[in-house]
Design a protein around this ligand. Structure first.
Ligand SMILES: [Zn+2]
Length: 178
């Protein structure tokens, strides 16, 4: 029993340190999770803000705010018409969606003046929930994230459905079967 505690700590530590660390994120690299079941699809996209809007600090100028709003609108309004295109006969609808910029939480950095390239890192967490009128198993989905967010370089796609699989996508449009 004496050896038990140190061992479990040893196992836990690496997992904790990998948590929400943004210092090591790779610009242009995104992670996309698509969970398809019956008539619903859950989408979760995470990655450096730079890949969505071209910078990682909080938008402050009018132009930066417009850039952010455009990227956000694309996700919330054009999700099913541009980013994730499914057969129209399925009659899929967005139930909920969110698009948030998460700034690295580092109090020491608050003392520095945040200049454009001061090394601030942030991520965008985008989520959406979709329901369709028909079962979506074996239906195709055209993922056009890279086409509409051109700063994205590669997307690690985790597809959870009838045939779970993981792939690295570098195409402007990736066609998959759910
Ligand atoms: Zn970054």
């Amino acid at each position: 029993m004496k050896n038990f505690l140190p061992l479990s700590l040893f196992i836990l530590l690496p997992i904790l340190s990998f948590g929400k660390s943004m210092g090591t994120h790779e610009h242009g690299a995104l992670k996309l999770e698509i969970a398809a079941e019956e008539k619903s699809i859950d989408i979760d996209l995470d990655g450096p803000s730079e890949a969505f809007i071209g910078f990682e600090y909080l938008p402050s100028s009018a132009k930066e705010k417009e850039t952010f709003t455009k990227a956000q609108d694309l996700w919330t309004n054009d999700l099913l018409t541009k980013l994730f295109v499914l057969d129209s006969s399925l009659n899929c609808k967005i139930v909920s969606s969110s698009f948030k910029q998460i700034i690295e939480n580092d109090n020491h950095k608050a003392h520095n003046k945040h200049k454009k390239n001061s090394g601030v890192h942030s991520e965008i967490e985008a989520q959406a929930k979709i329901t369709c009128e028909k079962v979506i198993k074996d239906q195709s989905i055209a993922i056009a994230l890279k086409k509409h967010y051109p700063l994205m370089k590669k997307i690690l796609i985790d597809l959870l459905g009838s045939k779970p699989r993981t792939l690295n996508s570098t195409l402007p449009i990736e066609n998959l079967k759910l």
